[in-house]
Ligand binder design. Structure first.
Ligand code: FAD
Length: 482
């Protein structure tokens, strides 16, 4: 178990001031309490820290940051701690204060006519989806960790998820931000405007900054009309080369109503069925590839649900005749929709249960997805015969979780020794195809080396200048991103 380090006199003085400010319950120092905050979701990093602070308001965050800035003590912001690149935990020096946003979880206001809600950073994503639904609106950000990730974390990682195709990344869903700057001042950018060209749009600096430029304390996020109709289908697609064409045809046939388009490989489905009791294959036909697709449409005229279903059935019929799909299961009710999505959501966990895995969250231009998967698989299979490639995910956005599982019987430790080499092969290919080695998970600690390796010199210089301008003492989430 990680421990909190014995504090130096300066650190002890800071601890005392923090306790006076936040009360005993607002400052955790006992290892049994702090341990979950210091361990990252993937078990890759265990950090240590002076303490965990749990402020309840922007004023308290500001006061904490001022105290830390005076004492030159680094701060690591944390939301739901579901990030996959080790960004939300401190290093093991024990010098940092971990600032958890979990107690800042109020929805400050909802404006259904403006299509916005103003929310605190510690609101759990699923709670925001529910609140929007109660106001007959949609907050479309949706990802596997939505039951525990928090909106401040989503903003700080510019999270993607399964709705990007229609609604964009988190960046596209944010109108305004409130941020506590590294010197403790509060920047009030809580703008609820859809048009505002008054100089640099500063919020974009903090979106995706992974806590290295300041602490997001609140945000104005966009709401949308709830779709009047939704259809979900699971399709067997024998040829990888047909997958992206299938997406384009679906977008055209539906009047651009496709809101999710997720690739699942046969190995993925097999491992889900093997490791998750009660799951079942939605289609009998066994093919190398499956696609989970969802269409959603507004209420429109007449019966929107019937119209959407008829359009989808018509589309599927055409794709059957063309030989692009060989089987399909249309969800008949909400339970079946959930069952289909479960198959997709548990894919990463199924892979973890199978043994050693190495993950690559990459993207390439949408038109090159199939080419990338084929070339990448060939390269890795040549390097390590028996390696099991496991590419899945949001291919509608060109985002592939190009994961690999150990050859049967190799063992996790032996497989993980090849981590960097397999990363290099994969990322070299991605970069040569005009792609990104971090599509949606960010850089954190895990991909810092990759950013230094592949980053454009001018990009990196500008990033360092921005960092130095906002955080000259380097106290905000040190050792992450840059
Ligand atoms: C099962 C599963 C599925 C996932 N699916 C997806 C997916 O589809 N798409 C996707 O993009 N990601 C996905 N993720 C990754 C993760 O859920 C997202 O990155 C999420 O946005 C992180 O939110 P969080 O609140 O857990 O942030 P944390 O993990 O706590 O923090 C992430 C980073 O943001 C910083 N940070 C957190 N809060 C703040 C704040 N208020 N101010 C400043 N900095 C802050 C942290 O310091 C850290 O660098 C998935 C993770 C899991 C476990």
């Amino acid at each position: 178990m990680s421990t909190t380090a014995a504090p130096t006199p300066t650190a002890a003085a800071l601890l005392g001031k923090l306790e006076t400010l936040l009360g005993k319950g607002g400052v955790l120092t006992v290892p049994a309490d702090t341990h979950p905050y210091f361990l990252d979701h993937r078990d890759l990093y265990t950090g240590a820290g002076l303490c965990v602070v749990r402020p309840r308001s922007t004023e308290e965050v500001s006061a904490v940051v001022k105290l830390c800035a005076e004492a030159k003590v680094p701060i690591v912001p944390q939301g739901g701690n579901t990030g996959l690149v080790g960004g939300s935990v401190p290093d093991d020096t024990g010098t940092a204060v971990l600032l958890s946003l979990g107690r800042m979880n109020r929805i400050r206001s909802m404006d259904a006519v403006n299509g916005t809600m103003t929310v605190e950073a510690g609101c759990v994503l699923q709670d925001l989806q529910d609140a929007a639904r109660e106001a007959d609106r949609l907050f479309p950000l949706s990802l596997g960790a939505e039951g525990s990730c928090m909106i401040g974390g989503n903003i700080s990682t510019n999270a993607g998820g399964v709705g990007v195709l229609k609604y964009g990344n988190t960046r596209d869903l944010v109108l305004g931000l409130e941020v506590v700057l590294p010197d403790g001042r509060v920047w009030n950018g809580l703008n609820a405007l859809r048009k505002d060209n008054t100089g640099y749009d500063l919020k974009h600096l903090f979106i995706g900054a992974e806590g290295t430029l300041g602490i997001v304390t609140a945000a104005v996020v966009k709401l949308f009309p709830r779709p009047g109709a939704q259809e979900t289908v699971f399709m067997a697609v024998p040829e990888l080369d047909d997958v992206m064409g299938l997406l384009n045809d679906a977008r055209a046939a539906s009047g651009d109503c496709v809101n999710a388009f997720e690739l699942i490989p046969r190995l993925g489905l097999e491992l889900v069925l093997k490791h998750f009791e009660g799951t079942r294959a939605p289609v009998e036909t066994v093919t190398p590839w499956y696609v989970l697709m969802q269409w959603s449409a507004g209420a429109g005229a007449g019966n929107a649900q019937e119209a959407l279903r008829a359009a989808l059935e018509n589309f599927l019929e055409g794709r059957f005749e063309a030989g692009v799909i060989t089987d399909a299961a249309l969800a008949a009710n909400e339970t079946q929709v959930k069952e289909l999505w479960k198959l997709r959501e548990v894919l990463p966990e199924a892979q973890t249960r199978e043994g050693g895995s190495i993950k690559h969250d990459v993207s390439v231009p949408v038109s090159r997805v199939a080419e990338f998967i084929k070339r990448g698989s060939e390269l890795l299979e040549k390097r390590m015969p028996g390696i099991r490639t496991f590419p899945f995910g949001h291919v509608g956005d060109g985002n592939i979780h190009f994961n690999v599982t150990e050859p049967v019987g190799m063992g996790k430790q032996a497989f993980h020794k090849h981590w960097e080499e397999l990363n290099r092969i994969t990322h070299d290919l991605v970069m040569s195809m005009g792609g990104s080695f971090s599509a949606e998970h960010g850089i954190g600690r895990l991909k810092r080396g990759e950013l230094a390796h592949y980053g454009d010199a001018i990009d990196l210089e500008l990033m360092r200048r921005v960092k130095a301008a906002l955080d000259p003492d380097g106290l905000m989430n040190p050792g992450k991103v840059l």
